[in-house]
Design a binder for this molecule. Sequence first.
Ligand code: SF4
Length: 404
Amino acid sequence: MPSLIFRKGLDLKHAVAAEVAADYHSELVDRIRNSTHRYTSGRVTIYLAREFGFCYGVDRAIDYAYQTRRRFPDRPVYLTSEIIHNPYVNGKLRTAGIRFLSDPGEDADQLGREAVVILPAFGVEVAELEQYVRQGCTVIDTTCGSVLNVWKTVRQYAADGFTTVIHGKAHHEETRATASQTLTIPQGRYLVVLDRAEALIVCDYIRHGGEARAWLARVGKAASGGFDPDRDLQRIGVANQTTMLTTDSLEIGDLFRQAMIDRYGDADLSRHYRAFDTTCSATQDRQDAAMALVDQRRLDLMFVVGGYNSSNTCNLARMCAERVRTFHIVDAACLVSPDEVRHRPVSTGRQGTTAQGPRHDEAITGDWLPRRGPLSIGLTGGASTPQNIMGRVIETLAEFAAHA
Ligand code: SF4
């Protein structure tokens, strides 16, 4: 019997709705969201960004995971790795009995026909999906439609003879999955660049060439096998991980565009360069709303709530930190006391990736809460941050401000 793949849920949306709401909903946040996006208690006013928290892709992935557990109560259900990058959500799924193939002791090679495998919102590499199908597993594919659009774009680049340059994090599941899509087309190739600094190294090679082997040692680790910069940088198409900072992605696209003009001339640009901004609308909306908040309010502090390995949350924190004192926290437990906050230092640029939940790069800052006078605090959450986590952060901030 061929492997079954479910891509549109399992017709149990209504059956699991109450359970999903109980696990992630917050009446307090709903109330604030449906009024002025502002919460005042004593001397503190907390301003909520207009857009924050679960995006459509995350909503759908979580919904499908709950439906899967309900539909297959007697079969082993697995996630390939974290369904989204939020430790609370992953913890809930573990409690529901869903196992993680990324955990020590689990072995994807041993899965048989009875196994049900849930693919995360950011998708998996082509070879990984093929393996589950070969083994006859039932597959629940929650890959977000915005990620599928990126895949379509990069396959088109490959079909037209362009190397895909992905602005993204080479270790991130979504970028690895996107890169693998380019290789489904004969002659497809890719190169991942993390940031402006790496893009400039590539641009320099486009303009002036160089010693390929030395160049590959610097940036070639995140490239398709057999990458030859002399051949593979002649025609490039730029795409980005859906959760990158749009301003960064656009700047990197412009750097490549200019390098191609310098190398091949303006008239010939379309033969050598393509670009498509693949930031998803949910990421964009949350970035715009956070910017509006920090620009329009006189904030004393800004809190960005979400997993430390959540790319879009880290980018929100980076944006906000450029304008106001910002703390990136996972949840209310990070607000240890009015004297102490645990948080991910915004400037590190590094992210934890453990399946057990990120605890890398956490710092403790003392004396974070102004003790006197009115206090304005901004608040937002990444696309993988549940509403009830935000609600507890609001309550804790209000309580600390009252008693500090
Ligand atoms: S952040 Fe964007 S691409 Fe990722 S799951 Fe949400 S909507 Fe989809």
